[in-house]
Design a protein around this ligand. Structure first.
Ligand code: AMP
Length: 285
């Protein structure tokens, strides 16, 4: 499974990515994490990125595209990945399309976590407080001033990606204001609906129907166009429903056969008995 998680800072992309990684055995590709590691290791990329990141601006496209390109070539990518924080600009998205095409990798979906901007500051503040309480190092760009700059750059540079992926029928939107647990459940439901993950084998027929309905319900795109896109992106669901209904048809056919056979037996038995009775009577006569 290959996914992109899209959303402003504080939307919960990192948290959801980790949960998906755990459940589906994927690799999380967070450009922010990679860049922070590069800064800590003082690599040439890290030295270039350090001040830009601290100010809340975006690192130049070529740097992050280069990082992702190298990472996609690693053998642990086989089972799939979740891109978290990349792409962040339209040129990055176009470069990613090219990279994936060249490497013969298919993107399954782009999941947008839609959040209420006014709640983001509270979220980041409580994240910082929790980290401090745990004695962890707090990110240098997790301050109210830098956050508002990161939000502004999200609006102007990253938000156009919603349209970009919506046009390519890849976008699925989830309400990111729900609880962490709820968001995870909705994402997994959508992924089943689009056929990116197998529905539970034991309930093959029922979840196919559920998933189909779930995709319509859950993928709550903001605009009409996005709504259409979510519906289209969730197209594989009817396929699953078809397969399920094929299974149901087969089962029905098998039942009909059994009923016919049983009926024959039922019919045969009394007929034989009656025939025996007639023979006995004739013999008596
Ligand atoms: P994040 O952890 O995703 O919030 O990223 C932290 C910082 O790393 C961002 O504010 C940017 O400065 C930089 N960064 C991460 N990903 C990208 C990207 N795809 N393009 C440009 N800059 C990025």
């Amino acid at each position: 499974m290959r996914l992109i998680l899209l959303g402003p800072p504080g939307a919960g992309k990192g948290t959801q990515a980790q949960r998906l990684v755990h459940k589906h055995d994927l690799v999380q590709l967070s450009t922010g994490e990679m860049l922070r590691a590069a800064v800590a290791a003082q690599t040439p990329v890290g030295l270039q990125a350090k001040d830009i990141m601290a100010s809340g601006s975006l690192v130049p496209d070529e740097i992050v595209i280069g990082i992702i390109s190298d990472r996609l070539d690693q053998p642990d990518m086989k089972n799939g990945f979740i891109l978290d924080g990349f792409p962040r600009t339209v040129p990055q998205a176009a470069a990613l399309d090219e990279l994936l095409k060249k490497k013969h990798i298919k993107l399954d979906a782009v999941i947008e976590l839609r959040v209420n901007e006014s709640a983001l500051l509270d979220r980041v503040e409580s994240r910082v407080a929790e980290m401090r309480a745990r004695g962890e190092e707090v990110r240098i760009d997790d301050t109210p001033e830098v956050l508002s700059k990161r939000l502004a750059s999200y609006r102007t540079l990253t938000e156009p990606l919603i349209h970009y992926y919506s046009e390519r029928r890849k976008l699925l939107t989830v309400d990111g204001m729900m609880t962490i647990e709820h968001v995870t459940r909705e994402i997994n439901r959508i992924l089943s609906a689009i056929g990116a993950v197998e529905p539970k084998a034991s309930k093959a027929a029922a979840p196919a129907k559920q998933a189909k309905a779930g995709a319509r319900k859950t993928a709550k795109p903001a605009g009409k166009k996005a709504a259409k896109t979510a519906g289209k992106a969730a197209k594989p669901a009817p396929k699953a429903a078809k397969t399920a209904s094929k299974g149901v048809k087969k089962a029905k056919k098998a039942t009909r056969k059994t009923v016919k056979k049983t009926a024959k037996k039922v019919v045969k038995k009394p007929a034989k008995k009656a025939a025996k009775k007639v023979t006995k009577k004739r013999a008596k006569r």
